[in-house]
Write a protein that binds this ligand. Sequence first.
Ligand SMILES: NC(=O)c1ccc[n+]([C@@H]2O[C@H](COP(=O)([O-])OP(=O)(O)OC[C@H]3O[C@@H](n4cnc5c(N)ncnc54)[C@H](OP(=O)(O)O)[C@@H]3O)[C@@H](O)[C@H]2O)c1
Length: 286
Amino acid sequence: MRNILVSGATGFLGQELSNRLMRMGYRVVGLTRTMRDDLIGVPMKGDLLYPDPFVGPELAYDAVMHCAGHHPGETDEVEPLHEEGTRRMVEEAKRLGVKRFIYISAMGAGFHAPTRFQRSKWTAEQIVVHSGLEFTILRPHLMFGPGSRTFRRLEEAANRPLAVLPETKPLIQPVYVGDVAEIAVRSLWLERTIGQTYDLGGPQSLKLEDVVRHMARDIHLFRIVTLRIPRRYAFYLLKKFGRVGPILTGEEWEFLQHEVTRQDSRWLIDYGILPHSLALYYSPLT
Ligand SMILES: NC(=O)c1ccc[n+]([C@@H]2O[C@H](COP(=O)([O-])OP(=O)(O)OC[C@H]3O[C@@H](n4cnc5c(N)ncnc54)[C@H](OP(=O)(O)O)[C@@H]3O)[C@@H](O)[C@H]2O)c1
């Protein structure tokens, strides 16, 4: 049996990815901090914030897929998990003699990027790029699909006639979690993807409030009114209460202040995948 070591296998993307791998006959060994009953594949207990986190089966792995990571500003562990955690995954891959390494970064990762989240993803990418491993880096934009915490909150907002949202001018480019998982899986045998970094954005670029309006129209077949919290007041709410409203956390909102949409047609060509649109996903006909 072919074996894949997956970090973040219990997460939103990691579960989708692990299920696909197992359907294809791979054995998934999933790194997790908490051993629970609902774990997919063979669990390996370990915390990437601490040295020597890998306690579990030492198999001949075909690849390491590194999905463990945080969302923008969720905790103060963003830098340690992305940077030190990635270093540990890379070292473990080398120790085990695994050559293929797939890393899940994020769109907008950059040395001069405006947020800690994006800068730490960039540092992690550099660790992977200079590791000597056969890497592929995937940079998804905000992912939607069953199990997304952010989109669940947006769906709840779309459930009511009035949605109160902090003002976000930049566009977002939601990408389907299943497309990202499929791309990660296909990277295993598509040699042309070795040494490449792909920006993964969906086909639509939308304002956040338009996403909520679409959801209301397509899920519930009604129109809603969106009330925008002006930027200045949102900053005040953030400082005073640590949140900017009922839907977005302060960090998510700050992250969405910076537009990072990209059309990278190379992934359509290299992987032969047509991305799902948010509109189709929420369409009453699908
Ligand atoms: N969701 C998005 O829209 C989005 C967009 C762009 C990029 N990304 C990136 O894509 C990746 C997957 O995101 P996701 O939404 O699937 O994340 P998620 O649902 O929040 O899952 C995070 C995963 O990371 C693991 N993890 C967290 N801290 C860890 C630690 N100290 N040691 C070991 N494992 C740890 C968790 O495992 P346990 O709790 O089981 O230990 C969990 O499986 C992340 O790197 C994220 O930054 C996500």
